[in-house]
Design a protein around this ligand. Structure first.
Ligand code: DAH
Length: 356
């Protein structure tokens, strides 16, 4: 039993240097387990004389006590350190903003909607809406497109099943019926845009059976063709980001406007590349005109007192021109790789101040 002191010291040393809870536990088993070094010694006590046994037993028990105390203290210490390191590693900074990492993208069509709203909003227009499934009357008749009017055939209308009274609703072929709905429900002055979905039975690289338009309508006592030109010029320059973008107003025909004009923007195609801005070429982008007196009258507005202008354009078309998409079908393919590349970062909301 001479080397009992040494044994105690060496065990205490190992306790002090045990690096983690696992090492400490295996040390405890090595010393105090069934086959442990201290346990083994206790087993040899039987071969001693009663006096020797008493003394050796006390000394061994003391070693056991000291060791157990040291093990407990070291365990508490290691546990605390383990907790501290977890607290540090798993800490959550509650002062960080609760905004998740951005993953989604804004579709170019949605972005274009936002741009339209930002530009026309700045000019004092508000946004109006109407149903996609529309009364034949609002989509056509009230807009001065009577039963036999060729525009009905040209529009490749989707008709709903006839109702009991024989009337048939349509998927609206343009956003113009919202002009009618607004004039029936609001008193002039009216100044609205109507961005929304429209439907026609047509499908190729530049047509989709579902597409989007934006309608504009201004009704008051004095708005004239000059205001129409000024409004659309300001819009096109802001939207395409070209300050000297030339516009050309070409006489045209729409049943719901008189006079009517189609609007082209300047472009050049030098070197096979389409560039929007002053140049030798023109691109047609929208239809417009002074609201037809019959349309005003259809909505209970006296055409001798009120007048105004309207316009309508395809959102896919202006988005394709602005962002250079050659084929509109890509807009509806829900291709995430395409969205990642061409989609817009959320919260980068377009505004007249920050730019489009
Ligand atoms: N509704 C027309 C279309 O879909 C576009 C249009 C032309 C709307 C002239 C208007 C307008 O308000 O004045 O082709």
């Amino acid at each position: 039993m001479e080397n009992l002191e040494e044994l105690q010291e060496s065990l205490l040393n190992r306790v002090a240097t045990a690096g983690d809870l696992e090492a400490l536990e295996s040390l405890r088993v090595q010393a105090l387990g069934k086959k442990g070094e201290v346990t083994q010694r206790l087993k040899t006590l039987g071969s001693l004389t009663p006096d020797e046994r008493k003394e050796a037993g006390q000394r061994l028990n003391r070693v056991k006590e000291v060791l157990t105390e040291a093990l407990d203290a070291r365990r508490a210490d290691l546990e605390e350190r383990a907790l501290e390191s977890r607290l540090v590693n798993e800490a959550v900074d509650v002062t960080l903003p609760a905004r998740p990492a951005e993953v989604g993208r804004i579709h170019p069509i949605s972005q274009t909607f936002e741009e339209l709203v930002a530009i026309f909003g700045e000019m004092g227009f508000s946004v109006a809406e109407g149903p996609h499934i529309e009364e034949d009357y609002y989509n056509f008749t009230a807009l001065n497109i009577h039963e036999a009017h060729p525009a009905r055939q040209e529009m490749d209308t989707f008709y709903m099943r006839p109702a009991a009274d024989g009337s048939r609703k349509v998927l609206r072929t343009h956003t113009s019926p919202v002009q009618i709905r607004t004039m029936l429900s609001e008193k002039p002055p009216i100044r609205i845009i109507v961005p929304g979905r429209t439907f026609r039975a047509d499908h190729d690289a530049t047509h989709s059976p579902m597409f989007h338009q934006v309608e504009g309508l201004v009704i008051d006592k004095k708005s004239h063709m000059g205001h129409l030109k000024g409004t659309l010029t300001a819009f096109c320059r802001a939207f395409f980001g070209v300050d000297d973008l030339p516009l050309r107003f070409r006489p045209s025909y729409f049943p719901f406007t008189e006079p009517s004009a189609e609007v082209d923007i300047g472009c050049s195609r030098e070197g096979g590349e389409l560039k929007i801005g002053p140049g030798k070429d023109w691109l047609e982008i929208l239809g417009s005109g002074m609201v037809h007196p019959k349309v005003l009258a259809n909505c209970g507005i006296d055409p001798n007192e009120y007048q105004g202008f309207a316009f309508g354009m395809g959102i896919e078309r202006i988005a394709m021109l602005k962002y250079g998409f050659p084929d509109l079908r890509i807009f509806y393919e829900t291709d995430l790789r395409w969205m990642k590349h061409y989609g817009f970062v959320p919260l980068e909301i377009p505004s007249m101040v920050r730019g489009m």
